[in-house]
Design a protein around this ligand. Structure first.
Ligand SMILES: Nc1ncnc2c1ncn2[C@@H]1O[C@H](COP(=O)(O)OP(=O)(O)OP(=O)(O)O)[C@@H](O)[C@H]1O
Ligand SMILES: [Mg+2]
Length: 392
């Protein structure tokens, strides 16, 4: 079950319908159909899918509108009805709202108002368990600079390339916040704006705080100034993630390296998987062991914690077997070392998967994201093949 919304538009004005469908099409994860010749009123058999939102026009006569709605409701009792109208008389709007429509949208429709109204419905449906909540993945480096941000950004980008899949990347790496540089976005808002106005927290507010990085990839930036990080607590992070899960198919969280705080614990709690990034060096492995111990102390279930090794070089000085013995855990994935490609993509502010999709690291990252969604992690193949194509 995805959190996709099915929307039907049944408007007499074909130009208005075309414009509306175009605007709705820009909202991630919605499928819009147009109904002609009162198809909706003819019932569910005349149309293919159950619709969660139905747009109809206002014919300025509330009685007729009421009859039309009653007819539609027989076939689509669960749908939310949005009325599109030019009439701005308050009395008329009240009458229409009394019939039980969810939204009254005055033409020309404000894109932001429309977007928020649609997302509010998505949240309501997710709260009622009628559509799926997104999956959450957290990334944390066991030592600074091991690649958590590179892997999180590229995983988020890769997940967002799948049709009708909405992804949000949350930068909880509050002190450094490199993800915005890697995506080459200049966010106007950040987590600290959400926190300062926490009482207003809802789907529209969260959506408005997100920066659009790519078509199906939104980004929530870390605060611009490290001073603003102090006021962010676990309750804030938990609320952002819970709401984010209702708006997006996947949330990818880039956490502050090495340390655990109230916020990251909330992220771990909500995560399906927590990826601890190491490289095959003694300090990274020692820190990873400490980090895993700390996670255990905080009752983070160990089966959620996966070790992933970045900058992997075949035949390095430390063997995988030695690392796994120390950590008492299998290394779940190996990302090849490719400094030149990574640094060029970072400097250009384009995810590696877009910048150089054919390079081995990009292919590896894409296969990692695919493995995540298929929940195939911990199968024999973990990203790199050795001699004669055997899985390492
Ligand atoms: N697979 C890789 N191959 C080669 N170099 C890499 C690879 N992944 C990351 N790097 C290099 O490591 C650097 C640090 O990566 P990144 O910023 O993702 O680490 P981080 O763990 O998020 O660091 P921080 O602790 O600062 O948040 C990158 O600038 C890049 O140069
Ligand atoms: Mg980082």
């Amino acid at each position: 079950m995805a959190n996709k919304l099915n929307i039907a538009v049944e408007l007499a004005d074909s130009h208005l319908a075309t414009d509306l469908i175009k605007t709705l099409g820009a909202i991630p994860n919605v499928e819009v159909v147009q109904w002609f010749d009162s198809m909706g009123e003819k019932g569910a058999l005349a149309v293919k899918d159950a619709q969660q939102i139905i747009f109809i026009d206002d014919n300025q006569d509330s009685k007729q509108l009421s009859t039309r709605l009653a007819l539609l409701r027989e076939s689509f009792p669960e749908a939310a009805y949005f009325v599109v109208a030019s009439d701005q008389r308050p009395q008329h709007i009240i009458e229409v709202m009394k019939i039980g429509v969810a939204e009254y949208l005055v033409t020309p429709i404000d894109t932001k108002v429309l977007h928020n109204a649609v997302e509010d419905i998505r949240v309501k449906l997710a709260n009622a368990g009628k559509i799926a909540c997104g999956s959450v993945y957290s990334f944390i480096s066991s030592k600074g600079g091991l690649g958590s941000s590179v892997i999180a950004v590229n995983t988020a980008y890769s997940l967002s390339q799948k049709k009708a899949t909405s992804v949000a990347l949350l930068d909880l790496s509050l002190q450094s916040g490199d993800a915005s540089v890697m995506l080459d976005v200049l966010p106007e808002t950040s987590i600290s704006d959400l926190v300062k106005n926490f009482h207003r927290m809802d789907a529209s507010f969260l959506s408005a705080a997100m920066t659009k990085a790519f078509n199906q990839l939104d980004f929530l930036a870390a605060p611009a100034s490290p001073n603003d990080c102090q006021e962010i607590n676990g309750e804030h992070i938990s609320a952002i993630i819970e709401l984010g899960k209702k708006l997006y198919d996947h949330l990818v969280i880039d956490c502050t390296s090495m340390q655990i705080n109230e916020g990251s614990l909330e992220a771990f709690d909500a995560s399906e998987k927590i990826f601890v990034v190491i490289d095959l060096s003694v300090p990274a492995i020692r820190n990873a062991a400490r980090l895993c111990e700390l996670l255990e102390k905080h009752q983070v279930p160990s089966d959620k914690v996966e070790i992933i090794a970045n900058r992997f070089i075949k035949g390095g000085t430390l063997s995988l077997a030695e690392v796994e013995k120390t950590l008492e855990k299998r290394v779940a994935w190996l990302f090849p070392n490719d400094f030149k490609s990574v640094i060029s993509s970072i400097n250009k502010g384009v995810p590696l998967l877009k910048f150089s999709p054919g390079c081995p690291l990009a292919k590896n990252l894409s296969s990692f994201a695919e493995t995540l969604t298929k929940q195939n992690l911990n199968e024999k193949f973990r990203g790199i093949r050795g001699t004669f194509g055997r899985a390492i």
